[in-house]
Write a protein that binds this ligand. Structure first.
Ligand code: BGC
Length: 735
């Protein structure tokens, strides 16, 4: 349709039909099963509302979508197709590692590839829109949803945001196997007070713009089709009712003209926040703020018509929102082909194809971070051939490898560590045991096995016996996946006690412990860190998880993952992030006499593992770090270079990281900021030069007038392996 045809359609619609386009309902409403007493009653709407609704939430599969669309169009007077939207986060059926894990790859093109595959599988399953990428900047490991973000750094997050959007949307939404992306949760949802889910956010506009808004903007610049508003308040105003955020920043400043959808029931929650008196006022506030689609409440449907008749809301405002929804449908080609790529045959063929699994395995291996290694890894041929290996722990044969938001993936498709080792068919002496349950206390009965205390004791005894008769123990530990994701903030971020006890008992009889961690957030692992021989952070690695772990521990793949979120020393440091400030009394942690400095008196300032950190089997050496010129003109650029040598017999991949510190300015600047990175692969003993170009725009920040500008002055440039790099070179910006 062209613009005129769309406008004609809009003008032909009744108010009821228009408001219907702004209503999004979940799959249950279209099932024809008991809807009158069930979901309809719950929302207080009727069948007509469902027939006029504009989009659906989490209704999937080609057959179901074709059927629902057909029925819907038969009943639709104006023949306006439904939009099918869903949470395809880290894959549809082929499940990739969780976004936080993918963030550790420092491999943006790989994230694009994962998104492309997710789009392909989702589009043949009939979907049109995914609620992804989630780009909330995260610094607080207590918050369960850190696993949905790519991490703590605004630069890294924005590079990823762009690639993920490209992966979903291709060059045009008319391209084959694309789906529309929806960047979320706008804005600053990742900074809830105290790390508590749905918590309020209070932050300066400078911090908001400089750190928190950057990745959303990157997604918008990449033509991301939709934006989802967030649940939280920002400086006292719920984001879903925040005109300044939605209209001034998103629409006017950034030029976003796509659809804004509320998060689940967020419009109705304006009342609970104490921002709207009742639903009617909530509807007015949200529409005026610019929220086009009301996800899963009847607030718009029940109130907008009245508000328009009473002239409290203008019909133009309604038309604006409806037109945006129609435009999205048009961009997706739905008026010409309402079924788009939905194809039950292709759905069966494409889903979990060899190619998709291959990328999932690559993504999983690249996202794993080797946190510690005393040399035990990779397991040498001599160990594999002659020694006994014990694989112990609740994650040894667990299929819970997807994380909390992979709602369409079938867990049976996942390859566990045990299955992967057996599938290798190597002639190794290996035995497998759970050793303990996954949780110490299980109020929600998540571990459905009902193990008695006596059986539990026996499990532990068997594990100790096996460990004492083995040469090496692979200990697969982690969080229950339900303890991560939405609604799963934790005040204690250690491993469950029952698993720590397993570690202790095994350690008493065998010191060669390789810990493999399965978790959604950085954990406090200080109690095991000093004693484990190696620690591999596997996150929730997805469908190919078990194979990917084997690739690394058996040495087929050299680990290259680097943390995209700091691992705290303990929860008392949280929120912790590398780009913090110097203060007027910076602490020298070696000099403990100086009490009056910016430090804790009982724990270190430094995290256990910093942002950017991760080990390799190779030994990378940095030398000849240099700047071609120590003066940068505002219109010019200078080159920074470094030689990296792989001084080992393992070929490997290094993530070379560039950080800059602005030494003084009209506003104090962070100690270090990531400004670039390169992935380079080096053969044994090979060396390569890596060059970065430094330009004035890398030095900009929000000054006292809130202008985004650089200032003349001195800067330090660091090139290194992670954010703890300390030797830098100074240069000057001259304008
Ligand atoms: C979450 C969103 C999600 C939506 C739809 C909400 O609870 O916050 O991230 O996209 O549900 O499932």
């Amino acid at each position: 349709m062209n613009k005129n045809e769309l406008l004609e359609l809009l003008n032909s619609m009744t108010i009821k039909e228009k408001i219907g386009q702004l209503l999004q309902l979940s799959s249950a409403f279209y099932s024809n099963k008991d809807v009158v007493t069930g979901p309809l009653r719950f929302l207080g709407i009727d069948k007509e509302n469902v027939e006029l609704s504009g989009s659906t939430l989490n209704l999937v599969s080609a057959d179901a979508i074709i059927h629902t669309q057909k029925e819907h169009l038969e009943k639709s007077d104006k023949k306006i197709p439904l939009l099918f939207m869903a949470d395809v986060i880290n894959g549809y059926k082929t499940i990739f590692p969780t976004p936080l894990a993918l963030g550790c790859t420092f491999h943006p093109e790989l994230l694009r590839d994962c998104a492309r595959i997710a789009a392909k599988e989702a589009s043949v399953a009939g979907l049109h829109v995914t609620y992804s990428p989630m780009v909330d900047l995260v610094r607080d490991a207590r918050w369960g949803r850190v696993m949905e973000s790519t991490g703590e750094d605004s630069f890294l997050n924005s590079v990823y945001a762009k690639e993920i959007v490209k992966g979903y949307q291709g060059n045009s939404l008319l391209d084959e196997y694309t789906i529309a992306a929806c960047v979320k949760h706008f804005a600053a949802y990742g900074a809830p007070s105290g790390g508590r889910e749905y918590g309020w956010v209070d932050m300066s506009e400078r911090l908001l713009r400089e750190q928190y808004l950057v990745a959303y903007k990157a997604a918008i610049d990449e033509n991301c089709a939709l934006v989802m508003s967030s649940f939280n308040t920002l400086n006292g105003i719920p984001a879903t009712g925040d005109k300044w955020l939605m209209r001034e920043i998103l629409r006017d400043e950034w030029g976003f003209d796509g659809v804004i959808i509320s998060d689940y029931a967020a419009i109705a929650e304006l009342v609970a926040h104490g921002y709207a008196k009742d639903d009617k006022e909530a509807a007015k506030i949200a529409l005026e703020a610019g929220i086009d689609i009301d996800m899963m409440t009847s607030v718009y449907v029940k109130n907008l018509e009245k508000l328009i008749h009473e002239k409290q809301v203008s019909i133009d405002l309604l038309d604006e929102s409806v037109l945006r929804v129609l435009e999205l449908k048009n961009k997706l080609g739905l008026f010409e082909n309402p079924y788009r790529f939905a194809n039950p045959t292709l759905e069966k063929e494409l889903i979990l194809s060899k190619e998709h699994r291959k990328v999932a395995r690559k993504a999983a291996t690249e996202s794993m971070v080797l946190l510690k290694n005393n040399g035990i890894l990779p397991l040498k041929k001599s160990i594999i051939e002659n020694q006994k290996i014990a694989c112990i722990g609740p994650y040894v044969d667990s299929k819970s490898l997807y994380g909390a938001w992979s709602i369409f993936g079938n867990r049976e498709d996942a390859i566990t560590l045990k299955e992967a080792i057996i599938n290798r068919k190597e002639d190794i002496q290996v035995e497998f045991l759970d050793g303990c349950k996954i949780l110490s206390e299980d109020p929600w009965n998540l571990d459905k096995r009902d193990i008695t205390p006596l059986e539990e004791e026996k499990m532990l005894e068997e594990a100790i016996h096996l460990a004492s008769n083995s040469d090496v123990v692979v200990l697969a530990l982690g969080e229950h996946y339900i303890y991560t994701g939405e609604g799963s903030s934790r005040g204690d971020i250690t491993l469950p006690k029952v698993q720590l006890n397993l570690f202790e008992k095994v350690y008493e009889v065998n010191k060669n412990i390789i810990v493999v961690l399965f978790n959604g957030r950085p954990l406090d692992i200080v109690s095991i860190e000093g004693r484990a021989a190696a620690i591999l952070e596997a996150w929730y690695p997805g469908t190919e998880g078990g194979n990917a772990i084997c690739d690394i521990i058996f040495g087929d793949v050299n680990p290259s993952g680097r943390l995209s979120m700091s691992f705290p020393y303990c929860v008392g440091q949280v929120p912790i992030y590398y780009n913090n400030y110097n203060t007027g009394r910076p602490a020298n942690e070696k000099v403990y006499e100086n009490r009056y400095s910016s430090r804790y008196i009982d724990i270190p300032n430094k995290p256990l593992y910093p942002f950017g950190y991760g080990l390799s089997y190779s030994k990378f050496e940095y030398s000849n770090i240099g700047l071609e010129n120590t003066v940068l003109a505002s219109t010019g650029s200078i080159k920074a270079s470094v030689i990296i040598k792989n001084n080992s017999e393992y070929s490997g991949t290094e993530i070379v990281q560039l950080y800059i510190r602005d030494l003084y300015g009209s506003v104090v600047r962070p100690l270090k900021e990531l400004k670039g990175f390169r992935r380079i692969s080096l053969q044994p003993y090979e060396e390569k030069e890596v060059v970065f170009e430094i330009t004035e725009d890398m030095l900009r920040f929000y000054n006292t007038k809130m202008n985004y500008e650089s200032e003349e002055g001195e800067f330090t440039l660091f090139i290194g392996h992670d954010s703890s790099v300390s030797n830098g070179i100074n240069f000057i910006l001259k304008k």
